[in-house]
Each structure stands twice: as C-alpha cells, then as structure tokens.
Design a binder for this molecule. Sequence first.
Ligand SMILES: NC(=O)c1ccc[n+]([C@@H]2O[C@H](COP(=O)([O-])OP(=O)(O)OC[C@H]3O[C@@H](n4cnc5c(N)ncnc54)[C@H](O)[C@@H]3O)[C@@H](O)[C@H]2O)c1
Ligand SMILES: O=P([O-])([O-])O[C@H]1[C@@H](O)[C@H](O)[C@@H](O)[C@H](O)[C@@H]1O
Length: 519
Amino acid sequence: MTSLKMPSVLVESPNTVYDGDFIEANYRYTSNRVTQKDGIFQVKPVEENIKIRTGRKLNKLGVMLVGWGGNNGSTLTAAIEAHKHKVTWNTKRGLKKPDWFGSLTQSSTVNIGYDSTDGSPVYVPFKDVLPTVDPEEILVDGWDISSADLNQAVRRAAVLDVNLQDKLEPFLKDFQPRPSVYKEKFIAQNQRERADNVLPGSDASMVDRLRADIREMKRRSDLVVVVWTANTESLCPVLQGVHDTADNLLRAIQEGHADISPSVLFAVAAILEKCPFINGSPQNTFVPGVTELAAREGSWIAGDDFKTGQTRMKSVLVDFLVGCGIKPVAIASYNHLGNNDGRNLHSKPQFEAKRVSKTNVIDDIVVSNSILYQPGEKVDHTVVIEYLPYLGDSKRAMDEYTSEIMMGGLNTIVLHNVCEDSLLAAPVILDLVVLVELASRIAFQTQHSSPDWLPFTSELGVLSYMFKAPVVPQGGNIVNALSKQRACIINLMRACIGLPPEHHIDLESKVHSSLFRKP
Ligand SMILES: NC(=O)c1ccc[n+]([C@@H]2O[C@H](COP(=O)([O-])OP(=O)(O)OC[C@H]3O[C@@H](n4cnc5c(N)ncnc54)[C@H](O)[C@@H]3O)[C@@H](O)[C@H]2O)c1
Ligand SMILES: O=P([O-])([O-])O[C@H]1[C@@H](O)[C@H](O)[C@@H](O)[C@H](O)[C@@H]1O
C-alpha cells in the first residue's frame, strides 16, 4: 500500500470523518417504492441511514492484460510508459505530450458545489474527488498467443505516431507477453498464424500456470486486476453439468471438457487468486459457473465488451431521443475497419457475439417509455461490421437513426465517425482498472449489516458506463443510458464523502429568496 495523501477535496461536515486510514460518511440513502393500483401509481419514499467507508491508502496496482500484444493492450501500455517517462514527440501538428483524453477518471471533471464568493459552479478533476491510483504508478504485464514484444506489438498495431513509437522503443522492448491459452475452436481461424506463444498441456495445468503467473505479479503489487482484451471468442454453449455451477465447471476443467473457452479459464484463474477479472469482449465468459465461483470466492468480475465508440454514442443518442419524446424506429449501424480485431470479427461466430452486445444496448431505454413503445415492441436495428485491411485501426462508423416525430413526420439523423479504435479503447481500460481499485476500498454498513462492512457484490454493475452489455447481479437492473451510468459513478463517489447526489436544481439561480440568494 502507498502512503496517505492529503485529500484534494475536504468535506467539512459532521457526517464526514477523515479518520486515519478511512474516509467514513454517514449517508441517507433515499429511494421510492411504487405500487400500481386501479391505474394509480402509489409512491412511497423510503430511506435508510448507511455508512460508507473508503480506504485512503492506495493499492500498488498491477494490471495483467490477456491479449497484451494486441492493439488495445499495446496502446494502453505505450500510453502509460509515455506518461511515466514524460516522452514528447513531433508531429505535423507540432510537439505533442502524453494525455489521457477520453478517460473519465483522468480527463473529466465533477461539480462539487458553488463558489462561496460568487456562486459560480466549482468543478474538480474526477480523480480528485476520492483518492485514486495515478496511472503512472500502474505495473503492466500480461499474456498473448503472439510472441511479439511490446515494441513490436506497438509497431504492428500502427496506432501511434511513428515518432512516438521510436521514442518508446527502449521502454517497451523488454515487455514480453507470457504464453497463453489457445483453442482454435473459439477464435477465428485467421488468427492461427499469430499463435506462436501458446501454453501446452491440459486445461487444468494451464489454469495452474495462469495462477502461478498471477501470483508472481501479486508479489510486485497489492492488487492484481486481470483484463480480457484478447480477441472476441465465439459464444460458448452453456451446458448442463459443465458450465451451470461452480463445482461442475471446476470438474469440467479437471476433465478437460472441450467446451471450456480460454476466457473462462482466465476468469477461473483470476477468481481463484481473488483478483478482479474484467471482460472487455462480448463473449459469454460469465457463464453461471463463473459467476457462482466469483461470489463464492468473494472475487469481483465486470463486463462485458468495452463501450467505446459507435455503441457509446448510441447509448447517448437513443436516450436523448426517447427522453425528448421522439420515437426511434429504425437504426442502421455500419462499421468498417482494418485492424486485427476487425479481421477476427470477419468470422461469423465471433461477429455474432459482437452483434448481440452492440444491438441490445438500446433495450432498457425503449422499455422505459410506454407512451412511445407498446410492450414487446422493438426498434428495427441492424449492426454490420466489415473488414477493410487498408484502413488499419482507423475505424469508420456510419449510423442512420430514423425516428417518428409529431403528426406522421419522420426525423433521420446520419452520423459518420472516423477515429483510431484503440485510442478510444485504451482510456476506457485505464478507467476500468482505476475504478476497480477504488471499488476494492469501498464498503457499506447498513442498519441490518452492522457491525459488518459489506463490499460491492461480485458483479461490479457500478462499472456499467464502460460496457456495451453490463453484467449485474441476478435480478438487478441493467442500465445502458450513458448519462445515468455516469451519474451513478459520480453520485456514488459523492456519497463516499458524504455529499448528496448531484440534482442540478440550482434553486439559487431560479428563485428570488434570501434563502437561496447567492452569497
Ligand atoms: N478497440 C475497441 O474500441 C474495442 C471496443 C470494445 C471491445 N473491444 C474488444 O477488445 C478486444 C481487443 O481488441 P484489439 O483491437 O486490441 O484486438 P487485437 O486483435 O489487436 O488484439 C487482441 C490480442 O489478443 C491476442 N489473443 C487472442 N487470443 C488470445 C488468448 N487466448 N490469450 C492471449 N492473447 C490472445 C491476439 O494475439 C492479439 O494480440 C477484442 O475482442 C475487441 O472486440 C475493442
Ligand atoms: O464501441 P463500438 O464502436 O460500438 O464497437 C467497436 C468495438 O466493439 C469493436 O471491437 C470494433 O472492432 C468495432 O468495429 C466496433 O465498432
């Protein structure tokens, strides 16, 4: 653990105590219980006084990337090293220095109130609301079925400016991905030529090897987070007696059952080592046996499929339209790109996993408005991804949103987005590991749980913002709208320091009263 830092945001309230190793907040959690009777919604506000405790000492964070040598893995590693070594590089647009644009934790701000002298809103960096890990302090390691070192991987990815690649070479060339699990059945055949760094042996022996790798990393860090950023796998069949319970899954691994995917083996290894496991791809790694194992071992899991570009925009735009009372009826989303991810997704079974996670992202938004949509009504929605090698990592996303507006009118919005896929994904991966580390230091005490402190559930639904298909505990509500997902994280962080949720009412600017008058 690192030493204590003075908080950048210090709340002066009897409900917020900075006590040695912890920030402890007394918090009034409010909600409403609704019953429908005879066409009337009866709403009963409920509240509970809870305590929230946040550890102030940061963990030395180790991140192990599965697919380290891929475009995402190598770009993230390069960005961390560029920050660590304060690398600058020349481009046709002038001298550049490292930044984390696109990262919620590093490049966004949070309103914490109004200035006591002139009443203007005060924003602080997101990362300063609570103590969070500095990306420069993160240790990166990982596995890849390709033996390329990280210098070669960055050059192969061709995402970063070549001058930056040259400057980073001394810092990257000694990063060597560990051999990994390769099963042809799960990723596209077109990946075969890349697989020159694979583990031999049975599933059980490979899990032992992965656990040994993780333990080695644990010796260098306090908390190891394992992130799947390897190729999208095909969806695995969920078989009774194999994937359905934790015990059956562990037995199936011992017996070498053919339908256990590499990502499941990694998830099991991480869970057994009590390390958080993040699934950045769309396949169903979190079969019931994995989620049960995580709950049993008290390990955290989060997923599925990083929400970075076209889908992130969709979870804003559809929420915006439906929130305005406009009815999206047909959405066509095309994508073409030429990176190795696109090459893998060119294969049907892998694309199918991606199609599902990219399509379901509007479901909860549609269901939320019974004026616009009848029960069970769907939006016509198509998702297409094409592989165009020449374009490399430069992703092109084209979307057409057709909506019904007043009195039989139609409103069509067309979007065209061009950007490097991995420069959108790398900051999202950074946010995930920073927030998982923060989540590991937060615990709750309710009147019912006292004196025990309860951690988050093993499915970290609080990280939904970063995923196309958020995994939540069974029976939990899935939220896809980006604004709600962001509000959830920010209001939770505010709660940790004893501040109420951000309500944006700002009565001071709306009511003429001495009570609300600006100071
Ligand atoms: N870039 C984005 O915006 C984005 C968004 C959402 C999800 N994703 C997902 O993230 C993943 C990675 O994307 P990428 O662009 O880095 O892809 P990539 O193909 O460049 O990298 C994947 C890496 O994983 C390696 N790999 C494959 N199977 C492996 C295994 N079993 N063990 C270890 N390594 C293995 C490959 O050799 C490759 O180096 C993909 O599944 C993609 O769908 C990407
Ligand atoms: O976040 P998003 O842009 O919807 O989704 C993108 C990623 O999921 C992906 O791996 C990629 O290769 C795509 O083509 C797609 O566009």
